[in-house]
Design a protein around this ligand. Structure first.
Ligand code: NAD
Ligand code: WQD
Length: 344
């Protein structure tokens, strides 16, 4: 056993895939999740995939005493991956205080408890949303951050600053901030994946729900952008590739390989794909015809963004390897499995 890692938000979409990768790398995982956006049966599915049942505590990261008890109960936690957050952009505009409270106070609680229990490092889930519409593409980690488009995006910028300021203040903490681009797809077993609440706001769950007949038609938001086919461009990163970046980041912290106490990495493929190209790739990869229509632009959308992942490639030795076709097939298989399980 390589050591004990606390994963907040570990029953969520990215968290559950990361727990499996941590386990297969030899780490013991303690999950903390309040199940506000996930289900307890994810723990069973993690066990089915990895053969190891992670420790699970239903605790809210806003509950300082509850979190303290987890550190006290599971001694020797070496590092934390902090996924727990609210993440729906539209909801954050409607309920900004909920987002500021959940995403800021949760992180503050974690950071306050780390030195008390001798926890060496934290890997934090940040987002390409901090770049807004970059002036130069592909975007590197040195690009300036832009005023956030939503309270959600703002929480990611403030979270990054909170971590920086805490480390600068002399707290004995090392941090790696991973700026994810657009995570998509599911585990190859189809036992883990993204389970949106209600009507999906993100492209892939809406697309697979349309393909299976839950939704009638996928609306493509705009074909009049300044891009080759007029639709927006994103860097779609396979969730298992993304999960593996977390294991490398944890190894790096624990093996003391960091060059700075706070390091920032783009986690993307380096390839921009338009929404229309993605639909085409889905149809080719699955053989399923998709019902879609072009509608007007969605407020707040960035026209185009994709990563320059060179720093992560060279410094972490991490690279996205999954093809977009395999990734889209995995998302489709997950949707089919959900129907088989009578969930969606
Ligand atoms: P998710 O909603 O599937 O997972 C988050 C998990 O955190 C959920 O299981 C939820 O129940 C839990 N949670 C929320 N608030 C909590 C709290 N106060 N205490 C305990 N548990 C809590 O989301 P995800 O897509 O897996 O995202 C994980 C992280 O990555 C989030 O911080 C998100 O902002 C960030 N991120 C996600 C994306 C994306 O497109 N999915 C992109 C960039 C960054
Ligand atoms: C992708 C593209 C839409 C739905 C969001 C957050 C970002 C990050 C990732 C966390 C856009 C288009 C979508 C639909 C469509 N999350 N689209 N029809 O907006 O790039 O990023 O998730 O940090 O912060 O903002 O992702 O999946 O919503 O959209 O045409 O029904 O698909 O316009 O161009 P987005 P998305």
């Amino acid at each position: 056993m390589k050591g004990r890692i606390l994963v907040t938000g570990g029953t969520g979409y990215i968290g559950s895939h990361t727990v499996v990768e941590l386990q297969s790398a030899g780490y013991e995982v303690v999950i903390v999740d309040n199940l506000s956006n996930s289900n307890a049966d994810v723990v069973d599915n993690i066990e089915k995939v990895s053969g190891v049942r992670p420790i699970f505590e239903k605790v809210d990261c806003l509950d300082f005493d509850g979190l303290n008890n987890v550190f006290a109960k599971y001694k020797g936690i070496k590092a934390i991956i902090h996924f727990a957050a609210s993440k729906a952009v539209g909801e954050s505009v409607a309920k900004p205080l909920l987002y500021y409270r959940n995403n800021l106070v949760s992180l503050i609680n974690v950071l306050e408890l780390m030195p008390k229990y001798g926890v060496e490092g934290i890997v934090f889930s940040s987002s390409c949303t901090v770049y807004g519409q970059p002036d130069v593409l592909p975007v590197t980690e040195n690009a300036p951050t832009k005023k956030a488009e939503s309270p959600y995006g703002n929480t990611k910028q403030i979270n990054e600053e909170i971590i920086q300021d805490t480390v600068v203040s002399g707290a004995p903490i090392n941090a790696i901030l991973l700026r994810y681009f657009n995570p998509i797809g599911a585990h190859a077993s189809a036992l883990l994946g993204e389970l949106p609440n209600g009507v999906p706001q993100n492209l892939i769950p809406y697309l697979t729900q349309t393909a299976i007949g839950i939704r009638e038609v996928l609306s493509v938001f705009g074909n009049d952008y300044n891009t080759p086919d007029g639709s927006c461009i994103r860097d779609f990163i396979n969730v298992v590739d993304l999960a593996k970046a977390h294991v490398i980041a944890i190894d790096r912290i624990l093996e003391k390989k960091q060059k700075e106490k706070v390091e920032v990495f783009n986690i993307g493929t380096g390839r921009g794909l338009s929404v229309l190209e993605l639909i085409d790739a889905f149809e080719r990869a699955t053989g399923v015809k998709l019902n879609y229509k072009i509608v007007g632009r969605r407020a707040g959308d960035i026209e185009q963004v994709w990563a320059d992942p060179t720093f992560a490639n060279e410094e972490l030795g991490w690279k996205a390897v999954e093809t977009i076709e395999d990734t889209l097939r995995s998302a489709w298989n997950w949707q089919l499995k959900l129907r088989e399980r009578g969930i969606q």
